[in-house]
Ligand binder design. Structure first.
Ligand SMILES: NC(=O)c1ccc[n+]([C@@H]2O[C@H](COP(=O)([O-])OP(=O)(O)OC[C@H]3O[C@@H](n4cnc5c(N)ncnc54)[C@H](OP(=O)(O)O)[C@@H]3O)[C@@H](O)[C@H]2O)c1
Length: 307
């Protein structure tokens, strides 16, 4: 048996710590003793209506303790970062070997745990946008894990990024990491932008579209506010020639391990900084969820297991 967070609709953060069976691994999986995990907004949405037999946890770091009989590239004792489909907010998790990569000694568990979902999304967004060199880019919801990583990756390509963050302290950090300017609301953006990335919902999608250059591309990748995006035909100020592309990070055909390994190398070489804005013991997971949902957490939210 082991301890794991399970959905609980009656708790304020919709989870409770419970004794569950320790996972068994399939032939293509490894068993990881979890050292740290990060929490993501999408998982908090799933906690509102959890699928049967689902437990949260897509981002983990830790040590391999057993490997399935078909696994060739990993062995017990290795430190890894991994991206399981679920159940990583626990002491142990089973992960497909193709979703785990080894970690260099200098990369600590908390930093590594913040990498998978946010890092993969940011990296893959730089493909979805098309070439970024000298492009004017508008990024909403920039002060989360995805935003901090995207700003650095896109700035390294030479993008001219305008990032939306609620206050100037958050903006200051995003400017240090490569944004050219930061603004408190998408309505404050001047434009036009060749590329816009929107993930907050409500009016923000239309406001971003209105600031798109002719032939520009808007990448729509989330709805943090839960408020559906609105477009008003009779009060439309935007151009008509742009492209709207809905994005999901797993639609990118690149193997997860390839991109995860790229992220690990960039961090190890200090060319990508992981902005862990909230780090706590895993017993504090409910408070961490509430901080994330209350917009009090900045960057990645990471919990260390068993410290
Ligand atoms: N499509 C995909 O494949 C994919 C993958 C991963 C994540 N996502 C989505 O990408 C977005 C960013 O994810 P994340 O993990 O980086 O960060 P996040 O913490 O979910 O949100 C990023 C920022 O959005 C702002 N925000 C939060 N609630 C808001 C609201 N009600 N209205 C306006 N702004 C709000 C906050 O910044 P301020 O308070 O500073 O404004 C927050 O720091 C999320 O919507 C997430 O669900 C999509």
């Amino acid at each position: 048996m082991m301890k794991a967070w399970v959905p609980d609709p009656d708790s304020p953060a919709r989870i409770r710590l419970e004794e569950v069976a320790k996972p068994r691994i399939a032939a293509d999986e490894v068993l990881v003793r979890v050292a740290a995990y990060s929490i993501n907004r999408g998982e908090t949405f799933l906690l509102e209506a959890p699928p049967p037999d689902w437990r949260p946890g897509k981002d983990v770091s830790g040590r391999v303790v057993a490997v399935g009989r078909d696994v060739r590239d990993l062995e017990p004792g290795q430190r890894v970062v991994a991206h399981p489909d679920q159940a990583g907010w626990a002491e142990w998790v089973a992960v497909k070997a193709e979703r785990a990569v080894t970690l260099p000694d200098g990369l600590d568990d908390r930093t590594a745990a913040a990498l998978p979902l946010a890092g993969l999304t940011a990296l893959r967004l730089t493909r979805a946008t098309g070439p970024l060199a000298s492009r004017r880019v508008l990024l909403t919801g920039a002060s989360g894990g995805v935003g901090h990583a995207f700003v650095q990756l896109a700035a390294a390509h030479g993008a001219r990024i305008t990032a939306v963050a609620a206050d100037d302290e958050r903006g200051q950090r995003l400017r240090e990491l490569g944004a050219i300017e930061t603004i408190p609301s998408v309505e404050d953006a001047r434009g036009p932008f060749e590329i816009a990335l929107e993930s907050t919902g409500g009016r923000a999608l239309a406001a971003a579209w209105e600031r798109l250059a002719p032939e520009g591309r808007l990448v729509w990748f989330g709805q943090a506010s839960r408020t559906p995006a609105t477009l008003d035909f009779f009060n439309w100020k935007g151009g008509l020639s742009g492209t709207l592309r809905k994005f999901h990070y797993l639609d990118d055909p690149t193997p997860v391990a390839i991109d995860l390994d790229t992220l690990v190398r960039l961090v190890a070489q200090q060319r990508l900084h992981v902005e862990v804005g909230l780090s706590a013991d895993w017993q504090d997971t409910p408070a961490a969820i509430e901080a994330l949902l209350g917009r009090r957490a900045r960057g990645n939210v990471v919990l260390a297991v068993g410290t």
